[in-house]
Write a protein of this length. Sequence first.
Length: 202
Amino acid sequence: MNIACLDLEGVLVPEIWIAFSERTGLPELRLTTRDEPDYAKLMRYRLDILARHSLGLNEIRQTISRIEPYDGAREFLDALRRMGQAVIISDTFTQFAGPLMEKLGLPTIFCNTLVADSDGRITGYKMRCENSKLTTVRALQSMGFDTVAVGDSFNDLAMIRASRAGFLFRSTPAIVSANPDLPHYTRFDELLSAFAREMAVC
Protein backbone atom coordinates (compact mmCIF):
# COMPACT_ATOMS: atom_id res chain seq x y z
CA MET A 1 0.00 0.00 0.00
CA ASN A 2 1.29 3.44 -0.94
CA ILE A 3 1.18 6.63 1.09
CA ALA A 4 2.14 10.09 -0.16
CA CYS A 5 4.35 12.12 2.18
CA LEU A 6 4.50 15.84 1.54
CA ASP A 7 6.41 18.78 2.89
CA LEU A 8 4.24 21.83 3.66
CA GLU A 9 6.09 25.13 3.30
CA GLY A 10 7.50 25.73 -0.14
CA VAL A 11 5.38 22.92 -1.60
CA LEU A 12 1.77 23.66 -0.65
CA VAL A 13 2.01 27.07 1.03
CA PRO A 14 4.53 29.93 1.05
CA GLU A 15 7.30 29.93 3.63
CA ILE A 16 5.92 31.30 6.90
CA TRP A 17 9.20 32.82 8.04
CA ILE A 18 9.72 34.63 4.74
CA ALA A 19 6.21 36.08 4.97
CA PHE A 20 6.92 37.15 8.55
CA SER A 21 10.23 38.67 7.45
CA GLU A 22 8.43 40.76 4.85
CA ARG A 23 5.77 41.87 7.33
CA THR A 24 8.28 42.89 10.03
CA GLY A 25 10.95 44.29 7.72
CA LEU A 26 13.56 41.95 9.22
CA PRO A 27 15.45 40.41 6.27
CA GLU A 28 17.43 38.12 8.55
CA LEU A 29 14.25 36.10 9.15
CA ARG A 30 14.16 35.07 5.48
CA LEU A 31 16.58 32.22 6.19
CA THR A 32 14.85 28.83 5.83
CA THR A 33 15.73 25.14 5.53
CA ARG A 34 16.45 25.83 1.86
CA ASP A 35 19.45 27.84 3.07
CA GLU A 36 20.46 26.18 6.37
CA PRO A 37 20.41 22.37 6.61
CA ASP A 38 20.98 22.36 10.40
CA TYR A 39 17.45 22.81 11.77
CA ALA A 40 18.49 23.26 15.40
CA LYS A 41 20.94 25.98 14.40
CA LEU A 42 18.29 27.67 12.27
CA MET A 43 15.74 27.69 15.10
CA ARG A 44 18.24 29.07 17.63
CA TYR A 45 18.96 31.86 15.15
CA ARG A 46 15.25 32.59 14.66
CA LEU A 47 14.41 32.59 18.36
CA ASP A 48 17.29 34.93 19.11
CA ILE A 49 16.00 37.42 16.51
CA LEU A 50 12.45 37.20 17.89
CA ALA A 51 13.69 37.85 21.43
CA ARG A 52 15.82 40.84 20.38
CA HIS A 53 12.85 42.45 18.63
CA SER A 54 10.21 41.49 21.24
CA LEU A 55 8.25 39.46 18.68
CA GLY A 56 6.32 36.32 19.48
CA LEU A 57 3.57 33.91 18.66
CA ASN A 58 0.82 36.51 18.41
CA GLU A 59 2.64 38.50 15.74
CA ILE A 60 3.52 35.41 13.72
CA ARG A 61 -0.07 34.16 13.85
CA GLN A 62 -1.28 37.49 12.46
CA THR A 63 0.99 36.92 9.48
CA ILE A 64 -0.14 33.30 9.07
CA SER A 65 -3.79 34.38 8.97
CA ARG A 66 -2.99 36.25 5.75
CA ILE A 67 -1.13 33.39 4.05
CA GLU A 68 -2.99 31.52 1.32
CA PRO A 69 -1.99 28.17 -0.20
CA TYR A 70 -0.26 28.34 -3.58
CA ASP A 71 -2.60 28.52 -6.55
CA GLY A 72 -3.66 24.97 -7.33
CA ALA A 73 -2.34 23.48 -4.07
CA ARG A 74 -5.76 22.64 -2.62
CA GLU A 75 -6.91 21.07 -5.89
CA PHE A 76 -3.66 19.10 -6.16
CA LEU A 77 -3.99 17.80 -2.62
CA ASP A 78 -7.66 16.88 -3.11
CA ALA A 79 -6.79 14.93 -6.27
CA LEU A 80 -3.86 13.23 -4.56
CA ARG A 81 -6.03 12.15 -1.62
CA ARG A 82 -8.47 10.57 -4.06
CA MET A 83 -5.62 8.36 -5.26
CA GLY A 84 -4.79 7.06 -1.79
CA GLN A 85 -3.49 7.99 1.63
CA ALA A 86 -1.52 11.23 2.08
CA VAL A 87 0.14 12.89 5.03
CA ILE A 88 1.97 16.18 5.44
CA ILE A 89 5.25 15.79 7.33
CA SER A 90 6.51 19.21 8.31
CA ASP A 91 9.03 20.90 10.59
CA THR A 92 6.53 23.67 11.25
CA PHE A 93 4.61 23.85 14.52
CA THR A 94 1.08 23.02 15.65
CA GLN A 95 0.57 26.65 16.65
CA PHE A 96 1.28 27.69 13.05
CA ALA A 97 -0.41 24.91 11.12
CA GLY A 98 -4.09 25.15 12.11
CA PRO A 99 -5.28 27.99 9.84
CA LEU A 100 -3.29 26.61 6.90
CA MET A 101 -4.74 23.12 7.31
CA GLU A 102 -8.26 24.55 7.19
CA LYS A 103 -7.45 26.25 3.89
CA LEU A 104 -6.10 22.94 2.54
CA GLY A 105 -9.16 20.87 3.50
CA LEU A 106 -7.88 19.58 6.86
CA PRO A 107 -5.32 17.00 5.70
CA THR A 108 -3.37 14.99 8.25
CA ILE A 109 -0.20 16.74 9.39
CA PHE A 110 2.67 15.61 11.61
CA CYS A 111 4.67 18.56 12.94
CA ASN A 112 6.37 19.98 16.02
CA THR A 113 5.34 22.18 18.96
CA LEU A 114 6.48 25.60 20.14
CA VAL A 115 6.98 26.44 23.80
CA ALA A 116 5.57 29.87 24.65
CA ASP A 117 4.76 31.80 27.81
CA SER A 118 1.42 33.41 28.64
CA ASP A 119 2.40 36.56 26.71
CA GLY A 120 3.13 34.58 23.54
CA ARG A 121 6.90 34.92 23.87
CA ILE A 122 8.46 31.85 22.26
CA THR A 123 10.96 30.30 24.66
CA GLY A 124 11.74 27.08 22.81
CA TYR A 125 10.32 24.23 20.78
CA LYS A 126 9.80 20.48 21.01
CA MET A 127 10.53 18.22 18.08
CA ARG A 128 7.98 15.45 17.63
CA CYS A 129 10.87 13.02 17.24
CA GLU A 130 14.52 13.13 16.20
CA ASN A 131 15.06 13.50 12.44
CA SER A 132 11.29 13.78 12.26
CA LYS A 133 10.75 13.46 8.51
CA LEU A 134 13.04 10.46 8.04
CA THR A 135 11.85 8.84 11.27
CA THR A 136 8.21 9.21 10.23
CA VAL A 137 8.79 7.74 6.78
CA ARG A 138 10.60 4.76 8.26
CA ALA A 139 7.80 4.27 10.80
CA LEU A 140 5.22 4.25 8.01
CA GLN A 141 7.32 1.75 6.10
CA SER A 142 7.50 -0.47 9.19
CA MET A 143 3.69 -0.57 9.13
CA GLY A 144 3.65 -1.89 5.57
CA PHE A 145 3.39 1.36 3.60
CA ASP A 146 5.48 2.20 0.56
CA THR A 147 6.17 5.92 0.81
CA VAL A 148 6.31 8.37 -2.09
CA ALA A 149 7.67 11.73 -0.94
CA VAL A 150 8.04 15.30 -2.14
CA GLY A 151 9.82 18.34 -0.71
CA ASP A 152 11.84 21.38 -1.62
CA SER A 153 14.50 21.81 1.08
CA PHE A 154 17.58 20.23 2.62
CA ASN A 155 15.52 18.78 5.46
CA ASP A 156 13.32 16.91 2.96
CA LEU A 157 16.11 15.00 1.25
CA ALA A 158 16.34 12.19 3.80
CA MET A 159 12.64 11.31 3.59
CA ILE A 160 12.71 11.58 -0.20
CA ARG A 161 15.70 9.26 -0.51
CA ALA A 162 14.35 6.79 2.04
CA SER A 163 11.11 6.48 0.05
CA ARG A 164 10.40 4.10 -2.81
CA ALA A 165 10.08 7.16 -5.02
CA GLY A 166 10.50 10.86 -4.41
CA PHE A 167 10.57 14.26 -6.05
CA LEU A 168 11.75 17.82 -5.58
CA PHE A 169 9.19 20.58 -6.11
CA ARG A 170 10.09 24.22 -6.80
CA SER A 171 13.42 23.72 -5.10
CA THR A 172 16.50 25.92 -5.30
CA PRO A 173 19.03 25.63 -8.14
CA ALA A 174 21.68 24.56 -5.63
CA ILE A 175 19.58 21.69 -4.24
CA VAL A 176 18.46 20.58 -7.70
CA SER A 177 22.05 20.67 -8.99
CA ALA A 178 23.33 18.66 -6.02
CA ASN A 179 20.63 16.00 -6.53
CA PRO A 180 20.45 15.45 -10.29
CA ASP A 181 18.91 11.99 -9.92
CA LEU A 182 15.77 13.35 -8.25
CA PRO A 183 12.97 14.44 -10.58
CA HIS A 184 12.23 18.14 -10.15
CA TYR A 185 8.85 19.67 -10.93
CA THR A 186 7.55 23.23 -10.86
CA ARG A 187 3.86 22.71 -11.69
CA PHE A 188 1.19 20.90 -9.69
CA ASP A 189 -0.14 19.07 -12.74
CA GLU A 190 3.34 17.62 -13.38
CA LEU A 191 3.69 16.63 -9.74
CA LEU A 192 0.26 15.02 -9.66
CA SER A 193 1.11 12.97 -12.75
CA ALA A 194 4.34 11.81 -11.11
CA PHE A 195 2.47 10.75 -7.98
CA ALA A 196 -0.19 9.03 -10.09
CA ARG A 197 2.47 6.90 -11.80
CA GLU A 198 4.05 5.88 -8.50
CA MET A 199 0.86 5.49 -6.48
CA ALA A 200 -0.40 3.04 -9.11
CA VAL A 201 2.51 0.74 -8.26
CA CYS A 202 1.47 -1.69 -5.51
